[in-house]
Design a protein around this ligand. Structure first.
Ligand SMILES: Cc1cc2nc3c(=O)[nH]c(=O)nc-3n(C[C@H](O)[C@H](O)[C@H](O)COP(=O)(O)O)c2cc1C
Length: 176
């Protein structure tokens, strides 16, 4: 299995050429579909494929206003944002739906790496999006859905190199 190689090679790509083939998009989407979801509630998750650059510019602008940073372009000129949304019905159990979305997103970045296209996990711009209900409304999400996070994907001129991961980058403690 080449899983560890894909994990070490994956990186956040923040420059894009603007293109993305339909085959590559579908490969990334099936990786999202393959994710585990809490209690198997697949019907409660939704992916919105956004390729409309005007709409992506509005999401960029909304995030720039939210973060009070007019310079920021948090979708990095990528040709596609895959937005993941779900219902957050019980905030006390919000860790489950947000984690569902995160697991889907990471599956998709690993697949993007495997097929040699760029990807980046997007949370900041989604916080900005959520601060703008009128913009969320434009997305036509399923009833009651909240945008959780997203992944931008697309072709890039950046290269992908397997990286060494320091074993102590994240602390680990052992009990027993
Ligand atoms: C929960 C989460 C949210 C993130 N949100 C963003 C984001 O909004 N914008 C961005 O450019 N990168 C975002 N990232 C990417 C991280 O900054 C990046 O994964 C980390 O710095 C390690 O770099 P690497 O992905 O190149 O290995 C996010 C990553 C995670 C796990």
């Amino acid at each position: 299995m080449e899983t560890l190689k894909a994990m070490k090679t994956r990186k956040s790509t923040r420059s894009y050429t603007g293109s993305l083939s339909e085959a590559d998009l579908q490969a990334v989407l099936i990786a999202g579909e393959a994710a585990p979801i809490g209690m198997g509630k697949y019907e409660e998750m939704h992916m919105t494929v956004i390729r409309d650059q005007e709409l992506m510019n509005e999401i960029n602008a909304s995030a720039a206003a939210f973060f009070k940073n007019p310079e920021m372009v948090p979708l990095y000129g990528a040709p596609c944002l895959i937005l993941i949304s779900t219902k957050i019905e019980n905030p006390a159990m919000g860790n489950v739906p947000f984690s569902d979305a995160a697991v889907m997103a990471e599956n998709m970045t690993l697949m993007a790496t495997d097929i040699g296209i760029g990807s980046c996990l997007i949370w900041g711009a989604i916080a900005g999006l959520n601060s703008n209900p009128a913009l969320v409304e434009k997305l036509g999400l399923p009833e009651g859905h909240t945008p959780c996070c997203g992944v931008v994907v697309g072709d890039t001129t950046e290269s992908f190199v397997e990286r060494d991961i320091p074993e102590d980058r994240i602390t680990v403690s052992y009990i027993g």
